[in-house]
Design a protein around this ligand. Structure first.
Ligand code: 13P
Ligand code: SF4
Length: 348
């Protein structure tokens, strides 16, 4: 994605309180709703109308009754909201908010991967571009992957992209035949199994919780593995009072708010860096949130033919994750395999 520059000068003179006030005023004026992922800065999470993991944000984006969706998250998330809401304006504070997983799977290589395995069903993690979604059969998120894969008959081979760690984790849980794209999240792959073990020795009563994008060695250390929302719910529900958290640091703001009496220790990355912070998420700032609402830009645009092709795989995720076995059978029956035949005429 080309680097996009933003003129920050007009907002530089405003303090945080004035900016928040303006954001709330603009929200009313525009009939907008602010959606924020848990990895956003605390102040952005606090002023958002809806917070959630990727799955919840996709689901809620489809239900919102507003003219404008301001998406405080990364590009693929805002793009998904646009695919689900073609009639709404979707704004992203900074178009540079990418994702290492989405970048690891360019559409032309993914297309070749599919063509090499035409009998495989492509279940693709939502952390990918609209082009890749359009080339996939079913989208999934970290919170829905297991439920979706379990509804796919065991004899159907699956291509899982782009996160090899999430793929290996759900392959182990479901026993499905899965070929994995070799992408990684540059934040989650940094956690060190050895340092987590040392930390646990210092805090033997603490529970280790991890996002499934972490490497297998880290996941084996975890008492609980789940999406950002699942991790949040876990710390609220458990009697334990101390947790070692192996995911992006932004979630700890919500954990501290929802369970103020508990202690959250960030799991250490392997080289002492601050790599448990997603730089892509953090390119969105309060100033950029304000400016994007004031100027109604940058706006997410998805070409209509692409949007329509990407839409059905996302809808299939929502139907398979929420529905019963019969809903899953209906979804699977409409997917043409081998893929080679379905791909004829696609011009991406
Ligand atoms: P969640 O689906 O758990 O929100 O994860 C999204 C993500 O990008 C994690 O790095
Ligand atoms: Fe992408 Fe990783 Fe950042 Fe999530 S934490 S948005 S997977 S780079």
């Amino acid at each position: 994605m080309p680097e996009i520059t933003i003129d920050m000068a007009p907002a530089a003179a405003m303090d945080e309180v004035s900016m928040v006030r303006e954001i709330l005023r603009l929200k009313e004026e525009m009939n907008a709703v602010i959606l924020a992922h848990y990895y956003q800065d605390s102040i952005i999470q606090d002023i958002a109308d809806i917070r959630g993991d990727s799955y919840e944000l996709s689901r809620r984006a489809r239900e919102v009754d507003a003219d404008v969706i301001v998406f405080a998250g990364v590009h693929f998330m805002a793009e998904t909201a646009k695919i689900l809401n073609p009639g709404k304006t979707v704004l992203l504070p900074d178009l540079n908010a990418g994702c290492s997983l989405a970048e690891s799977a360019p559409a032309h290589l993914f297309r070749r991967f599919r063509a090499m395995h035409p009998d495989h069903l492509a279940v693709t993690y939502i952390n990918c571009t609209a082009e890749v979604k359009a080339l996939s059969d079913i989208i999934c998120t970290s919170s829905s992957a297991e439920a979706i894969l379990e509804k796919i008959p065991a004899e159907i081979p699956i291509l899982f992209s782009p996160d090899k760690n999430l793929g290996a984790y759900v392959r182990g849980k479901t026993g499905r035949q899965m070929l994995l794209w070799q992408g990684v999240c540059t934040v989650h792959e940094q956690f060190s199994e050895e340092l987590i073990r040392e930390l646990r020795a210092q805090h033997p009563e603490a529970e280790v919780i991890a996002h499934p994008e972490c490497e297998g060695a880290v996941l084996r250390q975890a008492d609980f593995i789940g999406s950002t929302s699942a991790l949040l719910q876990y710390v609220v529900d458990r009697p334990a009072t101390r947790f070692i958290v192996a995911t992006e640091a932004g979630i700890m703001h919500q954990m501290q708010k929802r369970a103020p009496e508990k202690e959250f220790i960030a799991a250490p990355p392997n080289n002492g860096c601050a790599c448990n912070v997603c730089d892509y998420m953090k390119v969105n700032t309060l100033e950029k949130l304000y400016l994007c609402m004031r100027d109604r830009t940058p706006e997410i645009v998805v070409p209509e033919d692409m949007r329509l092709r990407a839409l059905r795989p996302i809808e299939r995720m929502l139907e398979m994750a929420q529905g019963d076995e019969e809903a899953a059978r209906r979804v699977l029956a409409e997917i043409p395999l081998p893929w080679k035949d379905a791909a004829i005429g696609m011009d991406l």
